[in-house]
Design a protein around this ligand. Structure first.
Ligand code: ADP
Ligand code: ZN
Length: 595
């Protein structure tokens, strides 16, 4: 087992839970593994597939992904192929021939193929080492990606009684997990539920002010790095893409309004490192296996915590540090409410509202982001300080704003809860506009008491009061502010009102530490160029040639011989043979130049 790990995959250690899953499969036991993105699920079945006789059938819902998965396996010398509707009959016949002659270690198929009786008939004639179900949560009607085709997978255990079945997923609440077990009827399965913590990700939530400038500055501090920028609407995707292109960034759009062809082209360019930045709606991401995404930026509030976790989860699959930034403004909430209110299905609407309120609370509060995310999945984060979120890195300061809150509350009370935020701010700052004078609000006791701060300050404070549920905004075209029970406690000083302030100084947060040795950045860039050239020649994504982690390792250890190259993480025997010489030559030349 360890020998194969080293020789084929070029890895020297298992990631958490990989070894126990591999062992179970080698003992022909069924498995359910819930592991986060980047946890290394593919290796869990690819390795036993090499050691067990017969072909491992992998059922995977995403046709777009199959080719990359197969390319990835083949790059390590694994005999892999896929069968799906994107192929012509000749190509499919060729794969069938390989399957029947026993020359495939891995066969990826879409679930709709598994339903076909002639395909099942063929399967009954070949020895199967195991059946793997990728994205197993698609079988659950409770999950968010339910696929009716997946229900047919419950036939697996009866069709192949002696073959182990292994189900993998990166998203499963306990309820979904139980449904997977029940529907597949797994037999005394070995179950692993890994931690959902992604220690290599930095979570950073910032006040959204000037989105364009904030995006440019984030991208500028990460030159050349692969980034996904999520936006909610097609229009904002187009606008942001145009803005970035005008500033010279290689950015491409992705949303459901583009043609299939254009979407495919843009996705491909991103995966192949031809464009660093993809600006996208949530239509983008399912089936993105690209392991070297270094930045995920949410320029708008995500729909739910689950969405946020999944979307940010696409960063740093290779285990190298990556950052996730959410630009948040209370001003985004009414827009999202507008869409939710338009939903006709009442249950859907309630669910969406509850999700929105949780995700906005996540963004607005001052609790460790990692702790909140893990809590959401029912996991207790064991440390006080995660050292990799904006809260724990202390870039925020908690300020007691009870006095200021009282000013706002008393202005609302004195005007009988009949006015909106703008007017309240005008009262506090002592504006002399017509509305103030008409209502005689310049004679109020609170008139002008807030002159010490500007209007923006007061608007933010009102946002905070809304977020912390001290006040509420009425529905309708001219929303007015009114008090909630908590307000009277703040007014009576029974409860303090704190706000969290971002300190300007720490504009960029340090990324989580990687367990890599420090590496030579110039060499890394040269290695990256070499990788891209090979990938383009072979028409495969660069990360399939070598991961960022592998290139970092080379740039740190400077291997000069084939043996030394084999000690680099991610360099197995086949990759050494295929690419070793080119990379060794480059490192040689670089080291000689430096000498
Ligand atoms: P998942 O499918 O769980 O999201 P992948 O199977 O795509 O994860 O693996 C994520 C990355 O981790 C890949 O780049 C893979 O090569 C790498 N990886 C997997 N197992 C190991 C290991 N034992 N040591 C180092 N890297 C690993
Ligand atoms: Zn934290």
């Amino acid at each position: 087992m360890r020998n194969t790990l080293r020789k084929v995959f070029g890895f020297h250690e298992f990631r958490p839970n990989q070894e126990s899953v591999v062992r179970s499969l080698l003992e022909k036991r069924d498995v359910l593994a819930v592991m986060p993105t980047g946890g290394g699920k593919s290796l869990c079945y690819q390795l036993p597939a090499l050691l067990l006789p017969g072909t491992c059938m992998v059922i995977s819902p995403l046709i777009a992904l199959m080719k990359d998965q197969v390319d990835g396996a083949r790059a390590n010398g694994i005999r892999a192929a896929f069968l799906n509707s994107s192929q012509n009959p000749d190509e499919r016949d060729e794969v069938m021939r390989q399957l029947l002659s026993g020359s495939l270690d891995l066969l990826y198929v879409a679930p709709e193929r598994f339903i076909l009786s002639h395909f099942r008939e063929t399967l009954s004639r070949v020895p199967l080492s195991m059946a793997v179900i990728d994205e197993a949560h698609c079988i659950s009607e409770w999950g968010h990606d339910f696929r009716p085709d997946y229900l047919s997978l419950s036939d697996l255990v009866t069709l192949f009684p002696g073959t182990p079945v292994a189900a993998f997923t990166a998203t499963a609440t306990p309820r979904v997990q139980q449904e997977i077990l029940d529907k597949l009827a797994l037999r005394n399965p070995f179950i692993v539920r890994a931690s959902f913590d992604r220690p290599n990700l930095l979570y950073d939530v910032r006040f959204k002010e000037h989105v364009d400038a904030q995006l440019v500055s984030l991208l500028n501090s990460n030159p050349g790095k692969a980034a996904i920028i999520y936006r909610t609407s097609r229009k904002s995707v187009n606008d942001t893409t145009a803005m970035l292109q005008a500033k010279g960034f290689r950015a491409l759009p992705y949303h459901a309004g583009l043609s299939d062809l254009e979407r495919k082209k843009n996705q491909e360019a991103f995966i192949r490192d031809q464009a660093e930045i993809i600006v996208a709606t949530i239509a983008f991401g399912m089936g993105i296996d690209k392991s070297n995404i270094r930045l995920v930026i949410h320029a708008d509030l995500p729909k739910s915590i689950e969405n946020y976790y999944q979307e940010t989860g696409r960063a740093g699959r290779d285990g190298e540090p990556a950052s996730c930034t959410l630009l948040f403004s209370q001003g985004d909430i009414p827009k999202m409410r507008f869409f939710i209110d338009a939903m006709t299905d009442e249950t859907e609407r309630d669910r969406a509202l509850a999700a929105l309120s949780r995700v906005s609370a996540f963004a607005a509060t001052s609790v460790c982001r990692r702790r909140t995310l893990l809590n959401y999945f029912g996991e207790q984060y064991p440390h006080d300080n995660c050292n990799a979120c904006d809260i724990c890195l202390g870039t925020r300061e908690v300020v007691d704003a009870t006095l200021e809150a009282q000013m706002v509350l008393s202005a609302i009370v004195r005007t009988e809860e009949r006015f909106g935020a703008t007017h309240i701010v005008d009262i506090l700052t002592g504006s002399r506009n017509k509305k103030i004078l008409d209502f005689g609000h310049d004679r109020l006791k609170t008139y002008g008491v807030g002159k010490g701060h500007d209007k923006k300050y007061w608007r933010r404070l009102i946002d905070e009061l809304l977020a912390q549920k001290v006040i509420e905004k009425s529905e309708g075209l001219y929303p007015t502010l009114f008090l909630l029970p908590k307000a009277s406690r703040v007014l009576r000083r029974e409860e303090p009102f704190d706000i969290v302030r971002t300190l300007e100084k720490k504009a960029t947060l340090p990324l989580p530490k990687s367990d890599n040795l420090p590496y030579d950045n110039k060499l890394f860039e040269l290695l990256r160029t070499q990788r891209k050239q090979i990938a383009d020649e072979q028409q495969i994504p660069p990360y399939v040639v070598f991961s960022d982690r592998t290139l970092h390792d080379m740039a740190a250890n400077l291997p000069r011989t084939a043996e030394a190259m084999l000690t680099v993480s991610g360099v197995g025997e086949v990759k050494l043979q295929r690419y070793g010489r080119q990379f060794l030559r480059l490192i040689d030349r670089y080291c000689d130049d430096q000498a």
